[in-house]
Design a protein around this ligand. Structure first.
Ligand code: FAD
Length: 253
């Protein structure tokens, strides 16, 4: 992604600042702190700020009116599932920390697949500025893993309803599944472009793949026009699937 992002920026004459966290935005300026602990400003005329990744901030109450929010939601508002939320140093993180069934540990009839579950920690190494401000990317969660998690959750619920047995057989951990993602960077059948990438597994497994954390044979990426065509075709495929038209189930997540 470093290569794609930087080459797309260079081609479009865009300069970038990285390893920085935004503190404040006003009408004309963005105020940010770098990992070196410097406070800097950037004037802007167009900006898109992606907010901190968090849940809705719902409160939950049980039948007796008791607040059960902390049983259902992590501090960031996302739902607690079968992940290992114990606070561990980066060196002890493992793929086994990542959830597989997306079932809430306190309420077995509540599931949170896809974007809704609280990740156990970030995927990339957490960085802290010289002033102690945490500055690092949140765990990215894209469409394909969300689709796969949604599918196994649906299969588990169907089996539970049909058999009456609450056994959760189907599993999908981001530490075991691979995923593909296409990042659009220009529209048009001849001038369009997109970066197409696959990663396997989504969460690096340093025990299984000590060199890179990922299977290097199935982790790859390429920017170009073909990626745009692929994404364009997928828009139609996924809408077809969402409508449940004949043979919809042949289309993968
Ligand atoms: C701008 C943008 C671009 C993206 N681009 C890509 C991309 O190119 N490739 C990729 O792989 N991923 C991409 N993603 C990520 C991808 O869209 C998400 O990972 C994926 O949609 C998550 O799926 P989900 O089913 O978990 O949640 P969602 O798709 O968010 O579905 C949740 C649904 O729940 C509904 N809902 C919410 N609250 C309630 C309620 N109280 N009652 C009933 N319904 C409710 C919402 O309306 C929504 O339809 C992008 C995300 C964004 C925001």
């Amino acid at each position: 992604t470093k290569l794609f992002a930087e080459s797309y920026f260079v081609e479009r004459n865009i300069k970038w600042i990285k390893r920085a966290g935004v503190k404040k935005v006003d009408e004309n300026k963005i105020y940010f702190e770098t990992l070196d602990g410097e406070y800097q400003e950037q004037a802007y005329d167009f900006a898109m700020l992606i907010p901190g990744f968090a849940g809705h901030g719902f409160k939950a109450y049980d039948k007796t009116g008791q607040d059960i929010s902390s049983k259902l939601f992590a501090a960031n508002g996302l739902m607690k599932v079968d992940a290992d939320y114990s606070q561990k140093p980066f060196e002890e993180w493992s793929v086994n920390d990542w959830p597989q069934t997306y079932q809430n540990p306190s309420y077995s009839n509540i599931f949170a697949p896809g974007i809704a579950f609280a990740p156990p920690h970030s995927i990339s190494k957490p960085m802290v500025s010289k002033n102690g401000t945490p500055i690092f990317a949140t765990a990215p969660r894209t469409g394909m893993p969300s689709g796969v998690m949604g599918k196994v959750t649906a299969e588990n619920i169907i089996s539970w309803i049909k058999t009456g047995n609450p056994e959760i057989k189907h599993k999908a951990s981001m530490g075991k599944m691979g995923a593909a993602c296409i990042v659009s960077a220009g529209y048009g059948m001849t001038k369009g472009t997109a970066a197409t990438m696959t990663v396997s597994p989504v969460v690096p497994d340093w025990d299984k793949f000590p060199d890179w954390g990922r299977d290097i044979n199935t982790t790859m990426g390429e920017p170009g026009l073909a990626g745009h065509w692929l994404k364009w075709a997928m828009h139609y495929m996924f809408l077809y699937k969402a409508k449940g038209k004949p043979f919809w189930w042949l289309i993968p997540e």
